[in-house]
Design a protein around this ligand. Structure first.
Ligand code: 1GP
Length: 246
């Protein structure tokens, strides 16, 4: 079974949590420690990436440190072709569908595809959109941010992703967003599209994680809270248990 097949099968049974580690936000050793914590807590995958990376070395070292401490799949979440690593297991081969810059929609993919082929990491297709406020990802990704009350556009992007054959759909509000993706938007997308729905950006309390899962998110992604909040880390197993029960 591929990693994508495995995640899709798991997500049919329960809501999942993915941890996102940004190699630019902590040293590899620290990423390794967080990886151990999230593995013990019951996360289903560890994503590695961020908008402000400077070198592939950062990504390589972070993936290696994570692999030392965890047997979870390590999935890249790259901001460009330069930030791929052979030490990962897979890559979200994601198109930032609402970017005004074709690089983020398809051109970086053209540059990175041969690396994916020859390194043997598994490509997992994903439609990706950023909503207001978008934060750094929105700015760097030159996103034409979806308005928080524009449910129809969010649904349109989700369906377009599904019809283009993408495996997953990810809506995010931007890392560190003061408010995560609204529940109404999650509900509207979930009602219409059938591919697994990932939600992230600004989820920093157990209550928020539960609320987003209850609204219809299949996969909850958290980054900052894991990197910066010891309380969130120590509570992670409870959070995961709470969303799994929904
Ligand atoms: C990754 O934006 C998410 O796409 C992560 O957001 O850092 O706010 O959890 P947080």
């Amino acid at each position: 079974m591929t990693i994508a097949e495995n995640i899709r099968a798991l997500s049919k049974k329960k809501k999942l949590h993915f941890a996102l580690l940004d190699p630019d936000k902590q040293k590899p050793e620290n990423a390794g420690k967080i990886a151990q914590t999230v593995t013990e807590a019951g996360s289903s995958a560890i994503m590695v990436g961020g908008s402000t990376l400077l070198s592939q070395k950062q990504v390589d070292e972070t993936c290696q440190a994570i692999k030392k401490n965890s047997d979870l799949p390590v999935i890249l979440f790259p901001s460009g072709a330069k930030f791929l690593s052979k030490y990962a297991d897979a890559v979200f081969f994601m198109s930032l569908l609402n970017s005004n810059n074709l690089g983020y929609v398809i051109r970086e993919h053209v540059k990175g595809a041969p690396f994916v082929k020859y390194s043997g990491i598994e490509p997992i297709s994903m439609g990706y959109v950023i909503i207001e406020p978008g934060m750094t990802a929105g700015r760097i990704g030159e996103a034409d941010l979806i308005k928080r009350n524009d449910l129809q556009t969010a649904v349109g992007y989700a369906l377009a992703s599904e019809y283009l054959g993408m495996n997953f759909f990810y809506i995010e509000a931007g890392s560190g967003a003061p408010d995560p993706v609204p529940n109404e938007m999650i509900q509207a997308v979930k009602k219409n599209a059938t591919i697994p729905l990932c939600i992230g950006g600004g989820i920093r309390t157990p209550e928020m994680a539960k609320e987003k899962a209850l609204a219809g998110a299949d996969i909850i992604i958290t980054g900052t809270a894991l990197e910066k909040d010891a309380h969130f880390q120590s509570n992670l197993s409870n959070i995961i248990r709470a969303i799994e029960e929904l």
